[in-house]
Design a protein. Structure first.
Ligand SMILES: [Fe+2]
Ligand SMILES: [Fe+2]
Length: 197
């Protein structure tokens, strides 16, 4: 894809992300476009959200907390995330950079960036699509990435459940801190969507 603001975005990403993260962002954007076309989602929105989803990834934990506090952008569980797993804040900071620096106005794109780490209740298709693409882009080498990449092409809903379940199991197996927002996301989906439908 090629849009008017691509040049600005690539320039920004080149100077802010390491080569591995840059490649990941490009892969997520490409996968997002291909999944968008299969799911009646605007491809340009998918491209922009994919490219920008990790634009704040190079900020340190301290910088992320300060950045969000300065803009009074606190959200449910902000305090808990800031203490236990501040790197997760990069999705929230990324949304602000997309809005302020790149002047992205499309709320669906902004929400897809913002919620790609923890998810939320009742996500739009684009939000779920970016959430999935982020975990199974071609640079991802974890055990089920390839299988889920195939599944996502057939059924985004099933792939979303699997990716979310894998993310949760990974944290549990690693004896890590599981953000309550991720649990809220899971509980909302099992209560409102059928896992196998
Ligand atoms: Fe991310
Ligand atoms: Fe990512």
């Amino acid at each position: 894809m090629n849009t008017d603001i691509d040049e600005d975005i690539f320039e920004y990403l080149y100077s802010h992300l390491n080569p591995k993260r840059l490649e990941h962002s490009y892969n997520v954007a490409n996968l997002a476009v291909s999944l968008a076309e299969r799911n009646d989602v605007n491809a340009l929105n998918a491209w922009l959200a994919g490219l920008l989803h990790d634009c704040a990834k190079s900020m340190t934990d301290k910088e992320l907390i300060k950045f969000l506090k300065n803009r009074k952008k606190k959200f449910k569980y902000f305090k808990e995330v800031s203490i236990k797993s501040p790197h997760l804040l990069h999705s929230f900071a990324g949304e602000i950079i997309a809005r302020e620096y790149f002047k992205i106005k499309n709320e669906t794109v902004l929400k897809a960036i913002k919620n790609h780490t923890l998810g939320r209740e009742n996500m739009s298709i684009l939000e779920r699509l970016i959430f999935v693409a982020d975990s199974i882009s071609h640079d991802r080498k974890w055990k089920y990435a390839g299988t889920l990449r195939e599944l996502a092409k057939e059924d985004l809903n099933k792939a979303f459940f699997e990716v979310l379940a894998e993310k949760i199991s990974y944290v549990i197996r690693d004896a890590g801190w599981l953000c309550p927002q991720t649990i809220d996301t899971w509980n909302w989906y099992v209560s409102n969507f059928k896992k196998d439908s």
